[in-house]
Design a protein around this ligand. Structure first.
Ligand code: DC
Length: 225
């Protein structure tokens, strides 16, 4: 039997993870947050005292890396590093920059490619990231490029950080978002860009429910459920 896949790409803070997770629930598909996988690799690199931007330091660490994915009782994706549940730690603010840096390394992307593809070979998936529609699952049944204005994304990120009890200010978060966009869009390998056959959805003026309804309608147009 062949499995169905929905690829959702876009910049940080466009509402990707929340929407992809809700969409997966609505469809009964497995949700795969690939950013969390890059974040887990970044955490391993930082813990080893290596520089996440230096491929020569990172490559030797990949071989012994024990990264696993699982699902909690609420259906949320959990990440495990050498058996330890690091799902909360990888959300710390400092992890965003480190994940962006490791994700620019060709060796890391190659290392994670099969890991990501395997999920789609074994399950119906909603997979979110930066290069899912372009590189990881070029044959995805539905491709969505989810975006929003940087200011709207910064406001959402700020709220998310506040909910986690982490102080941050708007200008700093906006600066980080712009910097990460620049890093993710200009890297030579698998840069963030819309796949030609992806549908662009701009959530700047949409709330969560409106965005979700739009995505569900798009999926139902393309996949007979
Ligand atoms: O979506 P996120 O903020 O959790 O992603 C963390 C970093 O990983 C982000 O800078 C982009 C990178 N990433 C990537 O390069 N490719 C993916 N498929 C997912 C994330």
């Amino acid at each position: 039997m062949s499995f169905k896949s929905v690829a959702i790409d876009g910049p940080a803070g466009a509402g990707k993870s929340t929407l992809a997770q809700r969409l997966a629930e609505a469809l009964g598909f497995l949700y795969v947050d690939t950013g969390a996988i890059y974040r887990t690799v970044a955490l391993a690199v930082l813990r080893a005292g290596a520089d996440p931007g230096d491929e020569a330091q990172v490559i030797p660490l990949l071989e012994g890396l024990d990264v696993r994915m699982g699902y909690g009782p609420d259906g949320g994706q959990r990440m495990y590093l050498t058996g330890e549940d690091v799902s909360e730690t990888i959300r710390e603010h400092r992890m965003s920059g480190a994940a962006s840096k490791v994700s620019a390394l060709p060796a890391v992307r190659a290392f994670l490619l099969d890991f990501q593809r395997l999920q789609a070979r074994e399950h119906n998936v909603v997979m979110d990231g930066r290069d899912i529609g372009t590189v990881v699952l070029p044959g995805a049944d539905v491709k969505i490029f989810l975006t929003a204005a940087p200011e709207a994304r910064a406001r959402r990120r700020l709220l998310e950080l506040e909910r986690r009890g982490q102080a941050a200010d708007f200008d700093a978060v906006l600066r980080d978002i712009r910097e990460r966009d620049r890093q993710d869009e200009t890297r030579p390998i698998a840069p963030l860009k819309q796949a030609e056959d992806a549908v662009r959805v701009d959530t700047t003026d949409l709330n969560l429910e409106q965005s979700l309804a739009g995505l569900l309608a798009l999926v139902k147009e393309k996949i007979a459920l």
